[in-house]
Design a protein around this ligand. Structure first.
Ligand code: NDP
Length: 429
């Protein structure tokens, strides 16, 4: 990729944007035409993916621009129905690139499988017996999925917890085995589920209890991705607001989210505005990512911000994010959905670890976009102007009428469907 800076991209037609993409990314016309126009996801493929198919459901696919992550340029496909998200991510990425870009890293990609055991005659003895058999259990798990071991991954460790040990506990006692599996470039649900089902009979034999659930945990707290940015205040100045005012407003907004779950939920929704579209565009399981991210935001006992914003000793605004990111570049829909394959090649992603890091960088950018707007002009000014075309369509506008009505709504500062309907009626007369 030459550069993810493509000035004026916003003002181009869809056709012109595709042409530019071909030049910048060296895609052939056939690749893009086939995937974007002719056959994004055929009904035949869809019918093989889920049950009772009657068609496909489409979302707009836009490009987040200007991203510089660990010195590498990224054009980022984002599948989302909400106006202003892609523009805001690109706007912040442009600011951050002027400050050197995002720095990211990730842990090893260790996913967790759980086995629930009930009715052990003695839970402490069962726990110790399982720990004594650790090596053979890990060996058995790997024997159930040898190909992941051949790929350099596989089960590497396990531990045991006993839940509800207290005599006054509301729920019954149970033993839970966690097996830790390096799933390489796969999200790994099927790998893990195969392993835990395979070793469940051995676990029953050892514990003399009965195994119930055998399944992956979506609380992927050993599969973390992190991003960071450091922004000098002069890059944050906007309108009548100085960079210092914007910086302080962002820090106050973060402290609000950390102190109040009513705010934290909305704050984090804004972060997921950046994360989900990339997860979806790459064919990954966004419910798994959502569930893990929100659980991680509660890991200290109360629900807080997924990001951290503070002023460093030089007066810079520092942003940090750390989240579980159970995404893959193989498996699931990533290689089945043609647009997922296209998205991964647009980003030029080489591994699941790399994808996870880019995704959290987009989440951090999106968060700053929202906080910067909220701490200054408010969210509606930029958002509603970009939303005006959807409002016009919802009011019945079509073709060239859409832009005309949208402009009138912005001019008259009344971006709402009722007003748009009046304008549509007037236009038709
Ligand atoms: P798949 O089973 O579809 O694919 C993973 C397989 O890809 C691996 O087992 C491996 O098989 C192959 N592969 C090829 N290259 C690599 C590589 N470099 N690294 C790792 N594996 C590679 O997907 P997952 O196991 O990742 O499961 C994800 C799917 O499971 C998603 O669709 C998700 O929605 C779904 N799911 C999610 C659940 C949850 O979140 N709770 C529960 C159940 C399912 P081989 O070695 O044989 O080639």
């Amino acid at each position: 990729m030459k550069s993810s800076r493509i000035p004026g991209f916003y003002n181009l037609s869809v056709e012109q944007r595709r042409d530019l993409l071909k030049n910048v990314l060296d895609f052939s016309s056939e690749d893009l035409d086939d995937l974007c126009i002719n056959q994004p996801l055929s009904t035949e493929t869809a019918d093989k993916m889920i049950e009772n198919v009657i068609g496909t459901f489409q979302l707009p696919l836009g490009l987040g621009l200007n991203f510089l992550v660990n010195g590498k340029e990224y054009v980022i496909p984002m599948a989302i129905e909400e106006a202003s998200v892609v523009a805001s991510a690109s706007h912040i990425a442009k600011i951050v690139r002027s400050a050197g870009g995002f720095q990211t890293n990730a842990t090893e990609r260790i996913m967790i499988g759980q086995i629930q055991v009930i009715g052990c005659p003695n839970y402490q003895v069962a726990k110790q017996d399982l720990l004594d058999q650790k090596e053979s259990l890990i060996k058995a798990a790997n024997a159930a999925y040898p190909s992941i071991v051949n790929r350099g991954g596989g089960a590497g460790d396990l531990d045991i917890r006993i839940l509800n040990e207290e005599s006054n506990s509301k729920y019954g006692q149970m033993l839970v085995l966690h097996i830790y599996v390096d799933t390489r470039d796969a999200m790994g649900a099927n790998i893990i589920n195969t392993m835990v089902e395979a070793i469940a009979p051995i676990v029953e034999e050892i514990t003399k209890g009965k195994v119930y659930l055998r399944i992956l945990s979506n609380f992927a707290d050993k599969c973390l991705a992190r991003a960071r940015c450091v922004i000098p205040p002069d890059l944050l100045a906007t309108g009548d607001y100085s960079g210092e005012e914007v910086r302080d407003g962002v820090v106050h907004a973060y402290e609000f989210a950390e102190s109040d779950p009513y705010r934290a939920v909305t704050h984090n929704k804004g972060i997921m505005n950046g994360i989900d579209p990339v997860v979806i565009a790459t064919g990954n399981d966004w419910r798994a990512v959502e569930a893990g991210a929100h659980a991680y935001a509660s890991r200290h006992g109360s629900y807080g911000s997924m990001t951290k914003w503070f002023k460093d000793e030089n007066g810079n605004l520092v942003g940090e994010i750390e989240l579980p990111m159970s995404v893959g570049t193989v498996g699931g829909a990533t290689r089945v959905h043609p647009l997922a394959k296209l998205s991964l090649s647009i980003m030029d992603i080489k591994s699941a670890k790399e994808l996870a890091q880019v995704i959290v960088a987009v989440g951090l950018a999106q968060n700053l976009g929202a906080l910067k707007a909220l701490a200054t002009d408010g969210i509606q000014k930029g958002h509603m102007a970009l939303h005006s075309r959807s409002v016009a369509i919802a009011a019945g506008a079509s073709g060239e009428m859409i832009d005309i009505i949208a402009e009138k709504l912005i001019e008259q500062k009344e971006i709402r469907v009722g007003k748009a309907k009046e304008l549509v009626e007037m236009y038709k007369k």
